[in-house]
Structure formats: C-alpha cells, structure tokens
Ligand binder design. Structure first.
Ligand SMILES: Cc1cc2nc3c(=O)[nH]c(=O)nc-3n(C[C@H](O)[C@H](O)[C@H](O)COP(=O)(O)O)c2cc1C
Length: 184
C-alpha cells in the first residue's frame, strides 16, 4: 500500500464546496497524509526542508487544487518552485522523487464540453496540465491519469458524492493508472 501525500492547495477552503468535499473524502483513507498548504503556511513562507522530508516519506504525491486561470493557485506554484530543487528533484544528484507517482486532482468551473476545439477553452484540461506531465518526466515520477471534476458551477449534490466515492477509491486502491506520455 503506497503512502500518499495529498498536497491540498485552496486559497479559501472555508468557501470551497468541491475541494473541501474531496478532501473530506480523502481524509479517512488509510496511508493518506492530508497536507493543507494554505493552512500550513498562512504567511506563504514555505518550510522547504519539512516539505522535502514529507515527500521523501511518501510514495505517491497528489496535488489537489481548483483550476485557476488554467493553472494552480499561487501557493502551489511557489511550493513547486521552492521545493522541487536542483539536486533534490532533478539535475545532478536530484533523484529524491524518482519512482514516486504524481496524481493531479483538480476541479474546473467549466464543463468538459467547453474544453476543446470550438469550445470556450480551446484545449482539453489534460493538455493544459502538460507542465505537470513534464515535471513528472524530469523528476522521474510516474504521471498518473489526472482526476478531474468538471463543471463545478452546475454540479449537483449526487454528482459531487459520486466524485467523492471515485476519489476515495482511487486513493485507497494504490493502483496506478499511468498515463502514457504523449508527444507535444
Ligand atoms: C481566480 C479563479 C480562476 C479560475 N479559473 C478557472 C479556469 O481557468 N477554468 C475553469 O474552468 N474554472 C476556473 N475557475 C473556477 C474554479 O475552478 C471553480 O470555482 C473551482 O474549481 C470550484 O472548486 P471549489 O468549490 O473547491 O472552490 C476559476 C475560479 C477563480 C476564483
């Protein structure tokens, strides 16, 4: 059973519906460490050594966040910039993350149909998440098929509950659903 570090990054979790629900679904799962970044670092000053230690202690890393401007909330970007360092995550001697898996779990306000050619957003979310696939590649991590909750604006309670079940199962299974690296 892999040990999972769930890095949750929501700038206003108290006002969150979807990510708060997903986090609550994940919390009781065995071997999952729920790490709420904005709660840990309200002053946005990240303890890099602590974060690297946490990464070393786990086999699977989940980055969970609401999709903001086709990207991540700012503290998660800062976390990546400051924690995934040369010599730790990549480059000479930077093998600490090698073999761990990376799962992106995100939620989008827009519906799945609105992402893609002809839609309001011309690229599918999996394409917009390519920087994470590239990050997994350079750090030697296994990139898992992203978990995406689409259409949060119109999501009913039953649908949200179904997503919670799927998320819980995915975290509990420990089975990797590896995504085959696709060419640019
Ligand atoms: C600053 C900001 C940027 C956003 N950018 C996007 C976006 O690029 N695409 C999208 O589909 N939804 C976007 N949204 C909608 C959020 O993704 C959506 O409200 C969130 O996933 C709901 O999750 P929550 O209930 O946990 O807050 C944005 C929302 C905010 C506040």
């Amino acid at each position: 059973m892999p040990r999972t570090l769930l890095v949750l990054a929501h700038p206003d979790l108290a006002a969150s519906r979807v990510n708060a629900a997903l986090a609550e679904a994940a919390r009781p799962v065995e071997n999952v460490t729920l790490h709420d970044l904005y709660a840990a670092y309200p002053d946005l000053r990240i303890d890099v050594e602590r974060e690297q230690r946490l990464l070393l202690e786990h086999d699977r890393v989940v980055l969970q966040f609401p999709f903001y401007w086709y990207s991540v909330p700012p503290l998660l970007k800062k976390w990546l910039d400051e924690v995934f360092l040369y010599g730790f995550a990549y480059g000479s001697g930077g093998t600490s993350l090698r073999g761990k898996s990376l799962l992106i779990a995100t939620s989008t306000g827009s519906m799945k149909e609105q992402y893609g050619p002809g839609g309001a957003h011309p690229y599918p979310v999996v394409e917009l998440l390519k920087p994470f696939e590239a990050t997994a590649n350079i750090t030697g991590m296994v990139y898992e098929e992203p978990f995406i909750v689409h259409g949060t604006h119109g999501l009913g309670d039953a649908q949200l509950a179904a997503y919670q079940d799927r998320y819980r199962d995915l975290l509990a299974s420990g089975v990797l659903r590896e995504r085959t690296l696709t060419a640019a």
